[in-house]
Ligand binder design. Structure first.
Ligand SMILES: NC(=O)c1ccc[n+]([C@@H]2O[C@H](COP(=O)([O-])OP(=O)(O)OC[C@H]3O[C@@H](n4cnc5c(N)ncnc54)[C@H](OP(=O)(O)O)[C@@H]3O)[C@@H](O)[C@H]2O)c1
Length: 299
C-alpha cells in the first residue's frame, strides 16, 4: 500500500516510522522540512505532491487551522488526491470542522475517514494506538490493514464528526485526571506523603489505569520535557471540549478549571512542555515551588 503522511510532528513522525518498519511504501510532507530529516522516505514539495499516487493519505496536524490550510491551500491535499484515494484525518479537530470536512470531501468525490488517535508518540511508534475511526463502512474495511499496523484497537463510528467528538471526550477526561492528580499530589505532599507514594497509593487502591500510572509517574518525577503532548495542544483540546459543550448544551465545569490552569501555564511561557506540566500551576497555588519537594515525613 502506498501511504503519504502529511505532518511530521511528534505523532506524524512516530506513525511514519512505524509504517516504514512495517514495509509500507511511504512519502511524506511537512511544512518545516528540517523535521523530515533522517526518515527513509521521499520528501515531497507540497501536500498535493505527497497525495499524488498514494492510496491513503494520513494527516497529522496540530489544529483546525492547520488542517484547513493543508487541505484547501495552494498546492493543498485536495488538489493531489487521486480518484479513490482515501484521506485519513488523525488530527484532533473540532466537531464543527469534522462536519465541514465531510461535506468538502463529498463535493470533491474523495473519500474521507476521520481517525483521531488515543496514545502518545511512544504508542504510535510501537503500533499501540487506539484509533477512533468514523466514516463509511467500506472505508473502515479499506483502511483495516493499515490501522492494524498502527493500533492495538480500532473503535468504529458511523460518521466522522462523532469520532472527533469521541476523541475530545477522551482528552477531556485525561486533562481532568491530570488536574486531579496535581491536586491530590499537592495535598499529600503538604501533609507528608511523597508524590510518588501518592501515585502508588492510587494505583494500589482503585485507580490502576494507564492514565493515572503514566501521568502520575511523570508528574511525580517532574518530567515535563521533552513533551509527548505539548501543553499548547492540550489547551486547544480543552477549548474544543468547551465549544462542543456549548454547541451540544452540555456544561463542563471541571473542564473550565483545567483550561484555566493550562492557560496560566501558557501565560508563563510553558506552552512547549508536556501538558501534564499544568500541575506546576496547581502546585504553585498550593504554595509548593517547582523542583523543590516538601520534606516528606514517611510513616
Ligand atoms: N502528541 C500526542 O501525544 C498526541 C496524541 C494524540 C493526538 N494528538 C493530536 O495529533 C495532532 C498532531 O500532534 P503532535 O503532537 O504531533 O503535534 P506537533 O508535534 O506540535 O506537530 C504539529 C504538526 O502540525 C504542523 N502544522 C502546524 N500548523 C501548520 C500549518 N499551518 N500548516 C502546515 N502544517 C502545520 C507542524 O508542522 P511544523 O513542523 O512545520 O511546525 C507539525 O507537523 C494534533 O491534532 C494533536 O492534538 C497528539
Amino acid at each position: 500500500m502506498v501511504v503519504a503522511v502529511v505532518g511530521l510532528g511528534a505523532m506524524g513522525r512516530a506513525m511514519a516510522e512505524r509504517l516504514l518498519s512495517r514495509g509500507y511504501e511511504l512519502r511524506v510532507w511537512n511544512r518545516t522540512r528540517a523535521r523530515t530529516q533522517g526518515l527513509a522516505a521521499p520528501v515531497c514539495e507540497s501536500p498535493a505532491d505527497a497525495a499524488r499516487g498514494a492510496e491513503v493519505v494520513m494527516t497529522s496536524l496540530s489544529d483546525d487551522d492547520a488542517v484547513s490550510e493543508v487541505l484547501l491551500g495552494e498546492r493543498g491535499l485536495l488538489q493531489g488526491l487521486d480518484d479513490g484515494a482515501v484521506h485519513v484525518g488523525t488530527s484532533t479537530i473540532s466537531h464543527a470542522l469534522a462536519t465541514t470536512l465531510v461535506r468538502i470531501h463529498a463535493e470533491h468525490r474523495r473519500p474521507y475517514l476521520s481517525a483521531p488517535v488515543v496514545g502518545r508518540p511512544e504508542a504510535a511508534a510501537n503500533g499501540q494506538l487506539v484509533m477512533l475511526a468514523g466514516g463509511e463502512e467500506s472505508l473502515h474495511e479499506c483502511c483495516r490493514p493499515l490501522f492494524d499496523d498502527l493500533a492495538r484497537r480500532v473503535v468504529r463510528f458511523s460518521n466522522a464528526p462523532t469520532a472527533n467528538l469521541a476523541k475530545i471526550v477522551v482528552n477531556t477526561m485525561i486533562g481532568g485526571t491530570i488536574e486531579l492528580l496535581g491536586e491530590v499530589m499537592a495535598l499529600g505532599e503538604k501533609g507528608g506523603i511523597a508524590p510518588s507514594d501518592t501515585v502508588d497509593l492510587l494505583i494500589g487502591t482503585l485507580f490502576d489505569c494507564p492514565a493515572v500510572a503514566t501521568y502520575g509517574r511523570r508528574i511525580a518525577a517532574e518530567q515535563f520535557e521533552p513533551a509527548g503532548f505539548r501543553l499548547a495542544l492540550g489547551l486547544k483540546d480543552l477549548e474544543l471540549a468547551l465549544s462542543a459543550g456549548d454547541e451540544l448544551r452540555a456544561p463542563l465545569p471541571a473542564a473550565n478549571v483545567v483550561r484555566d490552569h493550562l492557560l496560566a501555564a501558557m501565560a508563563t511561557g510553558r506552552e512547549d512542555i508536556d501538558w501534564s506540566g499544568l500541575t506546576t500551576v496547581v502546585r504553585a497555588e498550593a504554595g509548593l515551588s517547582d523542583g523543590e519537594r516538601q520534606a516528606v515525613k514517611r510513616p
